[in-house]
Write a protein that binds this ligand. Structure first.
Ligand code: TMO
Length: 308
């Protein structure tokens, strides 16, 4: 009896599952949004239904665990390696490979700042120059402007004994606005940024050179320049960018998995896609549509196994 019931439930559930749209995580920075639209369009052309699941990166890991998200087109090493590794270990997600480009995410400043702080990009210069980054209310301490993605900046500030406070803004747009204003009056600014990104082409700048990243920096207090605290290092300077899918998706869609494994971008293309949104004011959807049209042969080759 029990067996028959199970069989019936399975029979009922199967077509439902097949009809369920593919859930694509949609985050809050431009290149991720464009790539999400690109992959959604590809899946749609191949006959699948898709939907976007809007999430902050903090919240997306839970959604993957809960079966409420299937595909994430951009997992960045500098900010997400820990959570990524946890979910790989617990077999919630499957790694579909790295893009050929390399990434970096870290504290960054526009080049004119060096005129006020000649020891840059070395991190120790921040100790002497903190006051040039002060703002009303920061009591002479430097202000570091963070986005909503980083790893514990306050822990790094403590470990490296930097006279800095963190001001966190909640989107990329808010970061770029701060940068645009500071840049106009050549005011020193220290903020989060990453590459590949469109920003460097418009605002030449550099990353602060912190002590080189090492996994032990985040697990062994004794490692590094401060023997008492974790996070006395920078983020990886040549990090990976990965595509991941839920284990459920991996098992259900072998041909899409094959396609996603081959899906690739170089840094020039990723920067262009972001620039078309942030500089030319096209929507991510439109930029994606344009990419699909001009790269049709390419993506159809990647997903050839899914095309009858
Ligand atoms: C994840 N991000 C590219 C915004 O650093």
């Amino acid at each position: 009896m029990y067996r028959i019931l199970c069989f019936l439930i399975l029979l009922l559930a199967m077509p439902l599952r097949a009809m369920q749209p593919i859930q694509i995580l949609y985050n809050d920075w431009t290149s991720q949004q464009v790539l999400s639209h690109i992959v959604a369009n590809i899946f749609t052309e191949l006959g699948y239904q898709t939907e976007f699941i809007e999430a902050k990166t903090d919240g997306q890991w839970f959604l993957l665990k809960a079966g409420m998200a299937d595909v994430q087109m951009e997992v960045w090493e500098g900010t997400m390696a820990d959570k990524y590794a946890q979910l790989i270990r617990s077999q919630v997600i499957v790694d579909l490979g790295d893009y050929t480009l390399k990434t970096r995410e870290d504290w960054w400043y526009p080049l004119y700042v060096k005129q006020h702080c000649s020891g840059l990009p070395h991190w120790e210069a921040l100790i002497q120059c903190a006051d040039i980054f002060s703002r009303p209310g920061s009591q002479g301490k430097g202000v570091y402007i963070a986005g909503p993605w980083e790893k514990p900046d306050r822990a790094r500030i403590r470990a490296l004994q930097l006279p800095f406070v963190v001001e966190q803004v909640d989107s990329g747009e808010a970061l770029w606005k701060k940068l645009a204003i500071a840049h106009k009056i050549k005011q020193p600014i220290l903020m989060f940024n990453w590459t590949p990104n469109w920003v460097g082409a418009v605002y030449p700048g550099e990353f602060v050179e912190f002590p080189d990243f090492d996994p032990r920096c985040e697990t062994e207090p004794g490692w590094g320049v401060n023997p008492r605290f974790l996070f006395d290092c920078g983020n990886p300077k040549s990090g990976w960018l990965k595509k991941i899918v839920s284990t459920v998706f991996f098992e259900q869609h072998p041909c899409l998995v094959k396609g996603l494994r081959q899906f690739d971008m170089d840094s020039i293309m990723l920067e262009q896609l972001a620039a078309m949104v942030n500089l030319e004011n096209f929507t991510p959807a439109l930029v994606a549509k344009h990419w699909l049209e001009t790269n049709r042969i390419q993506w159809r080759r990647w997903f050839a196994k899914c095309i009858e």
